[in-house]
Write a protein that binds this ligand. Sequence first.
Ligand code: 4NP
Length: 160
Amino acid sequence: MPVRVCFVCLGNICRSPTAEAAMRQLIDAADLAAAIEIDSAGTGAWHVGEPPDRRARAAGKLRGLDVRGQARKVVVEDFDRFDYIVAMDRSNRTDLQQLAPSETAHDRIALLRSYDPASHTDAEVPDPYYGGDDGFERVIDICEAGCRGLLEHIRKRHEL
Ligand code: 4NP
């Protein structure tokens, strides 16, 4: 059984597809694509069906990341499908905690930056949607650091 990870932000068009792309790059480099499955979703429905924001795609391209996908809203079944539900900010985490159908489900929720040893407690991936292009570059840096830590955590815990 593969380990399954779902990255979650608000719109599923900026941060969570970027985190997914960063994680995919790390997983591929470690030759673990068969062992770890990843996806992303949003707590909001405004952008359902849309591809990632063009600024997120452009920033990713400059850094060798393929930021792709089709936005979807998180559903309660995701708590059964995924071992790790990885929130970008504290608001996403609160929304997910309210949706979690059980204590086990609740325990699957964590902030992405909690896996980055250089981050402080409860650090967030800031929402770049209403800001400039530099916000998207910063999101990539933060996501790469968080995903490195997350992959290390998964490899240890699941002996991969
Ligand atoms: P994301 O960014 O949560 O990182 O995908 C946002 C995308 C859209 C909106 C807010 C944040 N919005 O308000 O439409």
